[in-house]
Ligand binder design. Structure first.
Ligand SMILES: NC(=O)C1=CN([C@@H]2O[C@H](COP(=O)(O)OP(=O)(O)OC[C@H]3O[C@@H](n4cnc5c(N)ncnc54)[C@H](O)[C@@H]3O)[C@@H](O)[C@H]2O)C=CC1
Ligand SMILES: O=C(O)C(=O)Cc1ccc(O)cc1
Length: 305
């Protein structure tokens, strides 16, 4: 292997040119990681915007227009909401050669693996499931950012069925985008992300909904300070995307929510009985854990506003 260069990626086809797919496409295009970048979008306006903004070289409205021309070395990235991946795989199954590498960016991996088994009857070797741990509350092609993944982690969840060449090609794409790639079993991915990403989004949505609808003061947000802004930014995220994630990872999210609600119940009781020892101990423990997290993570891990 010494000195052997990885083969360049041929065509990169991105299905769903929003924040995640658009960022992969324009990041790869700017860095010349592939020969051509093609977007598959759902309407002519998005196609026009994606080309005009230099996110892709060209865009089309139907995967069947490009799929028959793809072969070994080409890569298809599916970047649509989690529960829409199955419908896209169904289209790919009928029109795409098994030599083409297929990957995705969906936030839940177990449900996508199950969808793939339903569509193909097994997990095909060409399919490499992945998840960039980078993003924001923004969505759509206008949010695409060629440097979104720089110094951020991308989790790949290969299985025994995953083809080594396909895995290498997907790894090469993310590394070319300057991300740090780590491999993880599917179940571990969904448990960990259920706790660290899906639970905080559920809590943020619930907090804002509580303040907006359950508290009897129409001016409540007028007096919110920076803490409210920091804590609730993610409640501006796309509702369809999060509807899909909560349904797709419901067992892990419910488990994490139960643990959180137990903790919150203990906190409520301590506040009610004015238990200062409990409050100081719990807040100190949490502050130590959070300070440790910020020290360990690079500055880029702090999500920008
Ligand atoms: N937003 C974030 O911070 C992150 C999102 N993800 C995951 O990446 C995926 C994409 O998310 P975003 O790019 O944020 O969403 P987005 O809303 O910005 O883009 C999704 C795109 O997919 C298109 N789309 C929806 N259904 C489709 C279908 N059936 N066929 C073709 N196109 C379809 C939409 O028109 C849109 O252009 C989701 O699965 C999400 O869970 C992963 C990491 C971070
Ligand atoms: O906006 C934020 O802080 C996020 O947490 C972005 C995000 C959303 C979904 C994911 O699957 C991964 C990252």
């Amino acid at each position: 292997m010494a000195g052997k260069q990885a083969e360049a990626i041929g065509k990169l086809v991105v299905i769903g040119v929003g924040l995640i797919g658009g960022s992969v496409a324009c990041g790869a295009r700017q860095r010349r990681l592939c020969q051509e970048t093609i977007g598959v979008v759902r309407d002519a306006e998005t196609a026009r915007l994606a080309v005009e903004a230099g996110v892709v070289d060209r865009a089309c409205l139907n995967i069947e227009e490009v799929a028959p021309k793809l072969g070994e070395g080409d890569l298809v990235m599916v970047a649509v909401p989690t529960l829409a991946v199955e419908e896209v795989l169904r289209q790919l199954q009928v029109c795409l050669s098994s030599e083409v590498t297929v990957t995705d960016g969906a936030s839940v991996k177990g449900s996508v693996a199950e969808a793939a088994r339903r569509v193909y009857g097994l997990l095909p070797a060409q399919l490499v499931l992945g998840h960039p741990i980078a993003g924001s509350e923004k969505s759509g092609v206008s949010a695409a950012n060629p440097n979104l993944y720089v110094d951020h982690r991308v989790i790949l969840t290969p299985t025994a069925e995953t083809g080594a060449g396909h895995l290498a090609r997907v790894r090469q794409l993310w590394q070319g985008l300057e991300a740090e790639v780590v491999d993880m079993p599917i179940a571990e991915h969904d448990d960990v992300l259920g706790a660290t990403s899906h639970l905080p989004h559920a809590i943020a949505y619930s907090l804002v909904d509580t303040l907006a609808h359950d508290i009897d003061n129409p001016n409540i947000f007028r007096y919110a300070a920076g803490g409210f802004r920091d804590f609730t930014r993610i409640a501006s995220s796309d509702p369809v995307m999060w509807h899909d994630i909560m349904k797709a990872n419901r067992h892990a999210v419910v488990h994490s929510l139960d643990q959180f609600m137990d903790n919150l119940t203990r906190l409520r009781a301590a506040i009610e009985r004015s238990d200062g020892d409990y409050l100081l101990q719990m807040f100190t423990r949490a502050k130590t854990a959070r300070d440790c997290y910020t020290r360990l993570s690079s500055p880029n891990d702090e999500t920008p506003e």
